[in-house]
Write a protein that binds this ligand. Structure first.
Ligand SMILES: *Cc1c(COP(=O)(O)O)cnc(C)c1O
Length: 424
C-alpha cells in the first residue's frame, strides 16, 4: 500500500470522508486522494515522493506558483512579530488601500477568513442596505456553504429555493431565487414579478464551479442595468476571478462594475483570507459604523495579511503576469480545442484567460444543465490517465483548471502531448 493509501485509511476513521473539504476525497472519480507533502512552483509532491504538474493551484490562490520565496519571507517576518493580536494593525490598512487601488469599484473593504464568510456577509450587507430580503443566485454558481446559498435546482423560477443540503432549514433558502446561468429572460421575469423585493443579484461573473462557463454577451451588462433600475445590489463573487482575469478581476475583463464584490482564495496568497467590499455608501452599513453586524476574531490576521499583501502587491506591480497567463491559457486551451477537432472528440473546451475546462459532451456548455450532460465516466478515465502520468487535475468534471505564472510553455506542451497520446 502507498503512504497516501495508508493515510487515507487512517483519515477516514477520524475525519468525515478522510478530508476537510469534500472534493478532496476524489469521490467523483472513484479514487482515493493523494496526500500532498510539499509544493514548489508548478509542482506538487505527495507523501510517496511522486511529483505532479499541478493544475489546481490550491483552487486558485497559487497564481504565482507554490512556495514563492518573497511571499514566504514576508510570512516568516510577520510570524516573528506574533501570530495574532486581536487588534488593528498597519498591514490591514495597507491591504485595504491596495485592494481599493486595484479595483475601482471597491471604495471600502472588510477582511474576513474565507470566501464563504465573504459571501455570507455581503448578502447580509445587501439586505441591510436595501431593507429587502430576496436574492437571486444562479444554478451552478458556488458561493460557499452558508445556509442561504445551498439551494437546489429544479424548483423553478418564481418559487422559493429548496435547500440542497440536509441541515438547512427551508426558512433559510425561502428568499433565495434561482435562475439558470446566462438566462437573462428568467432574471427579467423575476424582476418583473418582485423587483422591489430583491436585495441582491449574486453571480460568478465567470462560472468556475460547474467547470468553466462564460457569461453570454450582454449577460453581465443586463444584470447591471436590472439592478440599477430596481435599486438592487449587484454582487460579483470574484473569489476565483478576482485578481486572476485582470487586476480588477472579471469587472475589468468584461467592463461591468459590481456594487459589492466578494474575494477569497488569491487574496490570501495561500492563507485563509476572504474579503468583501464595494461602494462606500453600501459598506458604511457595516458595524461599527452602521447597523449590519459582522465580526471576526482572526479577521485581518497579521500573518495572513502578510501573505496576501505580498502576492497582491506583486500582481499590482507586474501587470505583465496577466499577459503571460493569457498566453499560456491560449496555448493550453487552444491546443486542447485543436486536439478535440483533430480527433473528432465529443468534447467542449471552455476557457477564459488562465481558467479552462474540458467538458466531455458534444453540446456547447452555457449553463448548469448543459454542463451536467458531460460524460463523467469519460472524464474519470481521462483524469486517471493524467494523474498516472504526473498531471494533477481537479478530481471532478465540474471544476476549472488553473494556470499559474510558474507554469512554462514546456509544461503546457508536455500536457498537450500527453493528452494527444491519450486520445490517439
Ligand atoms: C471557493 C469559492 C467560494 C468559497 O470560498 P471558501 O474560501 O472555500 O469558503 C465562494 N465563491 C466562489 C466563487 C468560490 O469559488
Amino acid at each position: 500500500m502507498t503512504r497516501s493509501e495508508t493515510l487515507y485509511q487512517e483519515a477516514v476513521t477520524k475525519i468525515p470522508g478522510g478530508v476537510n473539504s469534500p472534493v478532496r476525497a476524489f469521490g467523483s472519480v472513484g479514487m482515493t486522494p493523494r496526500f500532498i507533502a510539499s509544493a514548489q512552483g508548478a509542482y506538487l509532491t505527495d507523501v510517496d515522493g511522486i511529483r505532479y504538474l499541478d493544475y489546481i493551484g490550491s483552487w486558485g490562490p497559487m497564481i504565482l506558483g507554490h512556495a514563492v520565496p518573497f511571499v514566504l519571507e514576508k510570512v516568516q517576518e510577520a510570524c516573528q512579530k506574533g501570530l495574532s493580536f486581536g487588534a488593528a494593525t498597519e498591514a490591514e490598512v495597507e491591504m485595504a488601500q491596495l485592494i481599493c487601488e486595484m479595483v475601482p469599484s471597491v471604495e471600502m473593504v472588510r477582511m474576513v477568513n474565507s470566501g464563504t464568510e465573504a459571501v455570507m456577509s455581503a448578502v447580509r450587507v445587501a439586505r441591510g442596505y436595501t431593507g429587502r430580503n430576496k436574492i437571486i443566485k444562479f444554478e451552478g454558481c458556488y458561493h460557499g456553504h452558508s445556509d442561504a446559498m445551498l439551494v437546489k435546482a429544479g424548483s423553478g423560477v418564481m418559487t422559493a429555493g429548496v435547500p440542497d443540503s440536509a441541515g438547512v432549514p427551508k426558512g433559510c433558502t425561502q428568499d433565495t431565487l434561482l435562475c439558470a446561468y446566462n438566462d437573462i429572460k428568467g432574471v427579467e421575469a423575476l424582476f418583473d414579478a418582485c423587483g422591489d423585493e430583491i436585495a441582491a443579484v449574486i453571480v460568478e461573473p465567470v462560472g468556475a464551479n460547474m467547470g468553466v462557463v462564460e457569461p453570454a454577451d450582454g449577460f453581465l451588462e443586463r444584470l447591471r442595468s436590472l439592478c440599477t433600475e430596481n435599486g438592487s445590489v449587484l454582487v460579483f463573487d470574484e473569489v476565483i476571478t478576482g485578481f486572476r482575469l485582470a487586476k480588477a478581476g472579471a469587472q475589468e475583463y468584461y467592463g461591468v462594475e459590481a456594487d459589492l464584490t466578494t474575494y477569497g482564495k488569491i487574496i490570501g496568497g495561500g492563507m485563509p483570507v476572504g474579503a468583501y467590499g464595494g461602494k462606500k455608501e453600501i459598506m458604511e452599513v457595516v458595524a461599527p459604523v452602521g447597523s449590519v453586524y459582522q465580526a471576526g476574531t482572526l479577521s485581518g490576521n497579521p500573518v495572513a495579511m502578510a501573505a496576501g499583501l505580498a502576492q497582491l502587491t506583486y500582481l499590482n506591480e507586474h501587470p505583465e503576469i496577466y499577459q503571460k497567463l493569457t498566453k499560456l491559457g491560449e496555448m493550453l486551451y487552444g491546443g486542447l480545442r485543436t486536439l478535440c477537432k483533430e480527433h473528432h472528440l465529443p468534447c467542449q473546451v471552455n476557457a477564459v484567460g488562465s481558467l479552462g475546462c474540458l467538458f466531455f459532451t458534444s453540446e456547447p456548455v452555457t449553463d448548469y444543465t448543459s454542463a451536467k450532460r458531460s460524460n463523467t465516466k469519460a472524464f474519470t478515465k481521462y483524469f486517471r490517465y493524467m494523474l498516472e502520468h504526473g498531471i494533477y487535475l481537479a478530481p471532478s468534471q465540474f471544476e476549472a483548471m488553473f494556470l499559474s505564472a510558474a507554469h512554462t510553455k514546456e509544461n503546457v506542451q508536455k500536457t498537450l502531448d500527453l493528452i494527444q497520446g491519450y486520445f490517439a
